[in-house]
Design a protein around this ligand. Structure first.
Ligand code: FAD
Length: 516
């Protein structure tokens, strides 16, 4: 708690300075300062403290992804008369956990129905929550979504390289723990030798130097007498040590970090037990019947006095209208771009300049958790740059059960030309490439589900790309009676936290306007 209070005070002070900078030099100077302080990454936006009840104000929210749900939930607390319109028959958007029976038809392509066994799932979009993302984690706490650890990296994970230019380790399965032990061991040995021989000028007292050598001996697993590296079989595993040059040339050395901070930042990282979609489901429970599902928004027209929203029921085909005082657009930017909506020309330009990532994922159900049983791998990833699988990942849930779903592919959908191939050929690519490291793949494979987000109706892309500061400034403004509250109008569109921050920013602005 003490730690928290301290941090809070620090942020307040920075916030004051940032506000002053913003006033003096506009948002780019402010963003620059934020970058210098390292505040651009983790959550810096605090949940607004809003008061007053607004039962007479009608708001329509477009889209029931995390941002739309957060906007609705907060509007509900303030007693607004609100409704969320969602095109699909479920909430969550990019926060989609694919389970047995889930289905979608790719735009211009194939229909898939998920064949996973009951209880098996793939987080097709969002899958991990950094510990610094206090906004979304705060909602998990408030809405009672149980979390578990997401193992973003494990010493048992394999490193793999095929490029013939990359030295003698090409084609060998090297464990991360082997690379770590051998890199540290070799470097510690070199450094100790150089210090012993007085070849290196260390800015330390003799006593400190002795302590440093002791540290290197322990950290690098050096023999304490002759100070040479002795591979520690107990923790590294058996087998000959890899030499420093081979590790450097293979690129494996680059995976060795003093403190691990891959995508998602430092450990721990979290995930909801039972899949990411537990978060939208919890919002949905709290919101109740304020969401109209199967409501595909077709047009939005604002006048001086009201906003008219026309939507089509995807079940009956019938067109209906909602009238509101304000409309908050929490649609993907890719959809908003195409929507018939009368934004001002500045806002229309900012929206049309937005673009998005083309990420895709594939989950493969395996008959047997061979990575646990045969390889002792419990979570983390396969680091195989040349395999063209992007992030191949082992589940951090339901350890020691029978079956499991591997994330066999998480990369740009364009990788290896896969986007243009039939789904069975994309599966074939994953089985062949991953099979080089895990020969059990093909034998244990049961079925797969592929989500190429560019081809998913009502998404038409993965997360938006981060808007440059000027565009973000425009997207974050009210445009008459319209607001944009989705992750695409935040500094962190690739994260749920971006969706939350955008929702908070929107609701704060809207509420201030209504109450003043
Ligand atoms: C592959 C991938 C991996 C990711 N990994 C992570 C991660 O590990 N951690 C993390 O924090 N974040 C991650 N993210 C990002 C995160 O999922 C998004 O930032 C967040 O979910 C965006 O929420 P949103 O509400 O802004 O938009 P969306 O989730 O896109 O919601 C928009 C909603 O609008 C609806 N809609 C669309 N068209 C219409 C229409 N015409 N009428 C009515 N409704 C409509 C959609 O159905 C959808 O429900 C990942 C995303 C992807 C794609």
């Amino acid at each position: 708690m003490k730690h928290h209070t301290h941090r809070h005070t620090q942020l307040m002070t920075r916030r004051d300075v940032l506000q002053a900078l913003g006033a003096a030099g506009g948002s780019s100077l402010m963003m620059e300062a934020m970058g210098v302080w390292g505040l651009m990454g983790p959550s810096t936006v605090r949940r607004p403290e809003l008061r007053g009840r607004q039962p007479g104000t009608r708001v329509v929210v477009l889209g029931a992804g995390i941002s739309g749900l957060a906007v609705g939930y907060e509007l509900g607390k303030l007693d607004y008369d609100y409704r969320i319109l969602e095109a699909r028959d479920w909430a969550g958007g990019l926060c989609w956990t694919v389970r047995r029976g889930d289905a979608h038809t790719e735009v211009g392509g194939e229909h898939q129905v998920c064949q996973f066994d009951d209880g098996q799932y793939l987080n097709a979009g969002a899958w991990r929550i950094p510990n610094a993302d206090e906004g979304i984690l705060g909602y998990c706490k408030e809405l009672r979504v149980p979390l578990e650890l997401f193992v973003n990296w494990s010493d048992a994970n394999y490193l793999w390289e095929e490029d013939p230019e990359r030295g003698p380790l090409v084609g060998s399965r090297v464990r991360l723990r082997e690379a770590k032990a051998d890199m540290w061991g070799s470097i510690s040995e070199l450094l100790t030798k150089a210090m012993d021989q007085g070849q290196i000028d260390v800015p330390l007292t003799d006593g400190d130097k002795e302590l440093l050598v002791n540290f290197l001996v322990r950290a690098g697993y050096l023999d304490s007498d002759d100070r040479v590296y002795v591979p520690p079989t107990r923790v590294r595993g058996s087998g000959d040590r890899y030499d420093l040059s081979a590790l450097l040339r293979s690129g494996f050395g680059a995976r060795v970090r003093s403190v691990y901070a891959g995508t998602g930042g430092p450990h721990p990282i979290f995930q909801p037990i039972g899949g990411m979609q537990q978060i939208p489901l919890a919002f949905q429970r709290a919101i109740g019947d304020r969401i109209t599902f199967e409501a595909e928004v077709r047009s939005v027209r604002q006048t001086e006095g009201v906003v008219r929203i026309v939507y089509r029921s995807t079940r009956t085909g019938e067109e209906r209208e909602e009238i509101a005082d304000f409309c908050v657009c929490c649609l993907p930017m890719s959809i908003l771009k195409q929507l018939d909506i009368n934004f001002s020309s500045d806002m229309a330009a900012a929206v049309s300049e937005s673009n998005h990532n083309t990420s895709a994922k594939m989950g493969l159900q395996m008959r047997r958790r061979f990575w646990e049983e045969d390889d002792g791998i419990f979570g983390g990833h396969l680091f195989g740059r040349s395999l063209q699988l992007g992030e191949f990942s082992y589940p951090s849930n339901d350890y020691f059960t029978e079956k499991g779903v591997l994330l066999g592919f998480y990369a740009s959908g364009q990788t290896a030309g896969l986007a243009d191939l039939p789904i069975r050929d994309r599966i074939e690519h994953v089985l062949t490439q991953a099979g080089k490291v895990h020969p059990q793949m093909r034998e244990e494979y049961q079925n797969a589900y592929a989500v190429w987000w560019d081809k998913v109706p009502y998404s038409l892309g993965a997360y938006a790309r981060t808007p440059p500061p000027e565009r973000l400034e425009q997207l974050a403004q009210a445009d008459g009676r319209l607001y944009i509250g989705s992750a695409g109008a935040s500094r962190r569109p690739a994260w749920l936290e971006g969706a939350v921050q955008s929702a908070w920013r929107t609701i704060e602005a809207l509420h201030q306007r209504v109450t003043q």
